[in-house]
Design a protein around this ligand. Structure first.
Ligand code: 5GP
Length: 111
């Protein structure tokens, strides 16, 4: 089944896209949990980090570099990168994404 985020990549669903390259796309979260809240998504549908293979390591490095790039481009040098891996810990869209959030204080541990 085509994921919601694949539909955004295909421009079938609108999104506020802030970055895109051959491997990744980044767009603003529709329900931002912080003043800056961007989702960094691989163009290939990977369910979550638990579904990644060793062959995906370079791709995931690229996704982390993209998280830094989009945060820096918005002027943020301090930010939180989060991935929910599975429904029990809060994953609701089953196409991997890193949340990049900034612009307010964050508590630890997350709830
Ligand atoms: P998860 O709960 O899987 O970690 O995060 C999914 C995120 O996707 C949520 O923060 C949610 O607000 C966001 N989201 C869900 N549907 C859409 C959408 O149609 N467009 C955008 N831009 N974000 C979405």
């Amino acid at each position: 089944m085509t994921s919601l985020f694949t539909k955004i990549i295909a421009r079938q669903i609108p999104a506020d896209i802030v970055y895109e390259d051959d491997l990744a796309i980044a767009f603003k979260d529709i329900h931002p949990a912080a003043p800056f809240h961007v989702l960094v998504v691989p163009k290939r549908e990977i369910v979550n980090i638990d579904a990644m293979s060793d062959d995906d390591a370079a791709l995931f490095g690229h996704l982390i570099a993209t998280c830094k790039k989009v945060a820096n481009a918005a002027g943020h040098r301090e930010y939180r990168i989060t991935a929910n891996v599975g429904a029990a810990v809060g994953q609701s869209v089953f196409h991997h994404h890193f949340h990049v959030m900034a612009g307010r204080p964050f508590s630890w541990p997350p709830g």
